[in-house]
Design a protein around this ligand. Structure first.
Ligand SMILES: *Cc1c(COP(=O)(O)O)cnc(C)c1O
Length: 468
């Protein structure tokens, strides 16, 4: 399998050649030349597989330049009961016939990003060792992504993580999760500033090409292809768990921000998995819902982004969206370049027109959005009706998913985080805090390891230079 740029300006590359890269050279995102197809007899065999076997069956098609035995070993080390809490890895909970929750948040940081990030840690270590290279990961986080990256990279050979977070602005739980890591290759930098300051520092350091090359600086953001590919697996797993035969179709509802999770669903559907609808749920920051309804993609300015009670979906633009648009345009790089030029120039593009609805329908997408009041009433309703507590992001997905239920089509709502991470809103909805999963009860009392630093790129550079 070879990978090409959405914008058509880079030569086809192998999986291991793009694994450690961010954008393609022409500024586009990498995509497989075509999605592999899964035929009916293969689906039949997959239905019987364990999570790790299924992951190998799917990922070996995307990661074809890694020797199969090596890939299998990495996958088997990643998807274990020890790391994800059960043999199912992503257990399906049935609320009532035809309505399910797929549990994606049982990894070490209690959010779905662990499912991809844990594999990424093993892939990075493997490829770096073979290329005799080292990597210094620099990132900015307001919570979820940073901790998932740190838990994936801790103790890995050839990798260091420098993670910037706004000093004193993360929840005590999130702070404790990250700062309690004692691994010598993990560096938590608490920046005297807000999240945007952290992001600006990452940009400033990355724009210093000489520093970046000398200190082998890289990132682990959501456009990383391996992260997207790893997420395809649980759509298959969820489908098999919710159906009795491969003649059935299902729909998935997906709480969405940067479009990574639902794009993986689009790949699964493109591979032939019988998915009827992919339901994209946003919160008040409804850039993507607006596009699905109107054909207009209008990115928001930072000041327009609302801070909501499902904060991991508070986005101004969706970093993986370009890949989906490439497919909508049937891989026409010239048109895609034109659209992104418009986006850079005026902050929006418009695909509306008579073919727009058909184009979206052909990909199975539907959408909707949710508000704080919707989240509260959904969390309450699900608790009253089924005795289950869901987190705020999952609630957004369930709220929108409910609107698209139809007879004979199981609805699978993706659970993207544990309620314990968003205790304040659960308290508001239910009048009490959710129980913490075993092992997390006293996490705030653990010793913490971090450095406070000014919001100054030069100081961050000096910190990194002294340790690499
Ligand atoms: C990252 C995240 C999302 C959004 O996923 P995308 O892949 O960015 O669309 C939703 N919920 C939670 C809890 C997350 O951490």
């Amino acid at each position: 399998m070879k990978y090409v740029s959405t914008r058509g300006g880079d030569s086809p590359k192998s999986f291991t050649a793009i694994l450690l890269e961010g954008l393609a050279q022409d500024g586009g995102l990498f995509l497989p030349e075509r999605y592999p197809h899964v035929f009916i007899p293969e689906l039949k065999a997959m239905r019987e597989m364990s999570y790790a076997q299924l992951a190998f069956a799917i990922l070996s098609r995307f990661m074809s330049d890694i020797p199969p035995a090596d890939l299998r070993a990495m996958i088997e080390r990643t998807y274990t009961k020890e790391i994800f809490g059960s043999d199912d890895i992503t257990p399906l909970k049935t609320l009532e016939p035809g309505l399910h929750i797929l549990g994606l948040s049982n990894g070490p940081t209690l959010a779905f990003k662990d499912l991809a990030m844990q594999l990424l840690g093993n892939l990075f270590e493997y490829v770096l060792a073979r290329q005799e290279r080292e990597l210094n990961i620099l990132g900015a986080t307001s919570g979820d992504t940073g901790s998932a990256a740190e838990y994936a990279m801790r103790g890995k050979q050839g990798i260091r993580v420098f993670m910037l977070s706004p000093h004193g602005r993360m929840s005590p739980f999130q702070t404790a999760q990250m700062f309690s890591l004692q691994d010598p290759n993990i560096f938590n930098l608490a920046v005297k500033g807000v999240f945007d300051d952290c992001q600006d520092i990452v940009k400033a350091v990355s724009n210093d090409a000489a520093f970046k090359a000398k200190h082998r600086i890289g990132t682990v953001n959501s456009i990383n292809w391996a992260r997207v590919a790893a997420q395809v697996v649980y759509y298959f797993k969820g489908y098999f768990a919710a159906t009795g035969s491969n003649d059935e179709v299902v729909s998935f509802s997906v709480p969405s921000g940067n479009f990574g999770n639902i794009y993986a669903g689009h790949i699964a559907r493109s591979m032939g998995l019988p998915i009827k609808r992919l339901i994209l749920a946003t919160n008040e920051n409804n850039v993507l819902d607006e596009f699905m309804r109107s054909g207009v993609y209008r990115v928001r300015k930072s000041a327009e982004v609302q801070a909501t009670s499902s904060p991991s979906m508070d986005i101004s633009k969706a970093s993986n969206f370009e890949r989906y648009v490439a497919d909508l345009l049937r891989r026409d790089p010239a048109r895609l370049n034109e659209l992104w030029k418009q986006l850079d120039a005026k902050g929006s593009f418009d695909l509306s027109g008579e073919k727009f609805r058909d184009m979206i329908a052909a990909t199975g997408f539907s959408s909707g959005s949710s508000t704080h009041a919707d989240r509260i009433s959904t969390i309450r309703g699900i608790h009253e009706d089924y005795g289950v507590i869901v987190d705020t992001h999952t609630a957004d997905g369930i709220k929108v998913g409910q609107q698209y239920r139809e007879p004979g089509v199981p609805m699978i709502c993706l659970e993207t985080a544990q309620p314990a991470k968003f205790a304040e809103t659960i308290q508001e909805a239910l009048g009490r805090e959710p129980a913490r999963p075993a092992g997390y009860e006293n996490i705030e009392a653990l010793p913490q390891r971090f450095e406070v630093i000014d919001a100054d790129a030069e100081q961050v550079k000096a910190f990194i230079a002294a340790r690499t």
